[in-house]
Design a protein. Structure first.
Length: 79
């Protein structure tokens, strides 16, 4: 996981760890901070929620890359 992406994006958007923790339903800020610091790995559900809060794709946020969009036809991909 690209933890630096997560922290940088949150800071860029002016959101605090406290804000993120509350939106994710954590009782304490440390619940979110532990994810950002790599002490805890988020579930896919939490990762998706974090990405939604930051308005960025899960792949881009956590893996530093965008997924390719699926085309309407497999034949288009093969030509």
């Amino acid at each position: 996981m690209k933890l630096e992406n997560l922290r940088e994006e949150r800071i860029l958007q002016g959101k605090t760890q406290t804000y993120m923790a509350k939106k994710l339903g954590y009782k304490y800020t440390s619940g979110y901070a532990n994810i950002e610091m790599g002490r805890t790995k988020p579930s896919l559900e939490i990762a998706k929620h974090i990405a939604d809060l930051l308005n960025i794709g899960v792949q881009e946020l956590f893996f530093g890359q965008k997924l390719h969009k699926k085309s309407n036809s497999l034949e288009e991909d093969r030509s």
